[in-house]
Design a protein around this ligand. Structure first.
Ligand SMILES: [Mn+2]
Length: 226
């Protein structure tokens, strides 16, 4: 009898076909726990299907920067503030159901997995700051650390934050398709750029085994750093 496992899955961005391929490749069954690193929606083709799959799995997910901006659009709609969603979010904003929005809007910015000695966050954590004092804005957008230890969302603005994370917990994150797969002793970056024609990657815990499936195509030719 196989042990139940925890699977942490990288940035899906609406790539529902690849997500289905990945779940099949991992052999995920209903004893397993599935956790997404965020940015389930936006940019890609089938954001509604991705949220549906996540909800059907009873999965956990943390908030990505694109999830945040789509949820903001929905909250504004609810308050009677009508605006066109930005183009990268149009499909997501017009296809999610109220139940999907309720689910997505309740995702935390950081999710500790104590049994696995791991922490899941979308973009990163600033070393030396307690988890409950980390800024959601940084947790969902940072990529680098400057010389003074402050976070930056820009790749070229310092070192990869993950290279400076001291542990002891393993932090699993996404949000950095340019750097791609990042493997440090106590930090693992899983954004392998599926929506840009790369791959969708999962990590099994506690083994840290990685499984990837290729993108079916480049769904989002225009890159944006935000
Ligand atoms: Mn992101």
């Amino acid at each position: 009898m196989a042990e139940s496992r925890t699977w942490v899955i990288g940035d899906v961005h609406g790539c529902a076909n690849e997500l289905a391929d990945l779940l099949r490749a991992c052999g995920v069954d209903d004893r397993d726990r599935v956790v997404f690193v965020g940015d389930l929606v936006g940019k890609g083709p089938f954001s509604d299907k991705v949220v549906q799959i996540a909800r059907d799995l009873g999965a956990d997910a943390v908030m990505g920067n694109h999830d945040v901006r789509c949820v903001q659009w929905w909250r504004n709609q609810q308050r009677g503030i009508k605006a066109e969603p930005e183009p990268a979010h149009a499909h997501a904003c017009h296809s999610l159901t109220d139940e999907d929005w309720q689910w997505l809007s309740r995702r935390p910015f950081v999710l500790p997995l104590p049994r696995e000695h791991a922490i899941v966050v979308h973009a990163g954590l600033v070393p030396g700051i307690p988890l409950d004092e980390q800024d959601p804005k940084h947790m969902s957008t940072m990529r680098s650390l400057r010389d003074d230890g402050s976070p930056s969302k820009r790749i070229e603005d310092g070192i990869p934050w993950a290279s400076a994370w001291p542990g002891p917990e393993l932090v699993i994150f996404g949000h950095d398709a340019v750097r791609g797969l990042q493997q440090y002793p106590h930090a693992l970056g899983l954004d392998t750029g599926c929506v840009y024609g790369g791959a969708l990657t999962a990590c099994a815990l506690p083994s840290r085994r990685l499984i990837s499936v290729p993108a079916q195509r480049d769904w989002c030719p225009v890159r944006e750093s935000a």
